[in-house]
Write a protein that binds this ligand. Sequence first.
Ligand SMILES: [Zn+2]
Length: 284
Amino acid sequence: MAGKYLRNKMVSMGKNFSVLNSCVDKYPHAPPERVFAEIRSVFGFASAFAKTALPQDVIIKPGFAKIRYVKNNVPYLVQEDSFLKKGEIIFTFDDGPDLSSQGIAADMLMVREPSIFFVLGKKLNSAGRAIIRAENLMGHYIAVHGYYHATETDAPYTAYPTSKILDHISLVSDMIKDAAGAKPLFFRPPYGIMAPDALESVISDLKLVPLGWTIDTLDWSVKSPDELFDKAIALIQKRGKGIILMHDTQPQTAQTAGRLVIWLKDNNYKIVSPERITRAFYKD
Ligand SMILES: [Zn+2]
């Protein structure tokens, strides 16, 4: 195979860019992508002359969100928060409902502004339904994450055709309306991964506002509540405002949310209503 030959040749030549260039010239039959893939796999970097032609960003709404193609052509929802002023924070919690959810929901109300809970349809058994109903009564927004997370095997939505994605999201939207008593307004694709055409269908057909995040606490990866508290504060201070992503499935998050809200209040941050998001999305 040309690839194997090229690999051996390159290893023997070392990391000499001009020689690599001539290698590419010498083997015109090898498709360039293949050649560059070989170079990457041998040397572990994308060479300066490789054409990494990822598709262009797809603007979902100017100043609000876009889809950006990242490594391996993965369509990734990039959220913007220009509609938030410095010091303004919106909390979002994913992957519930869970045992911790209601405690978090109560803690968040210490600032009298609601948060958004992006829930999974598969967790809406009778206990889950009771939790989101209680959250809704507290004034929080229950929103659609997916039925599974996102496919049955936790693969992103890019593994499903658009029609199936819409079926799932529509089902969860109905489940939420039925259990919580209010039609959801927001949708967040698991991992933030979704093809632009599927996302556009969710917006136009299901009337949901797509929402990513601008501060990812990676709370699932920090098991100590004290560490998570310090980390979240550092991220918030660094950015100065934002849409915060946490998970109400994580015990350490449940132990941190209340402290975080108090700290933000004492340090002149303002937790604002998710209505700010719908206003920003639907304006014009
Ligand atoms: Zn999730």
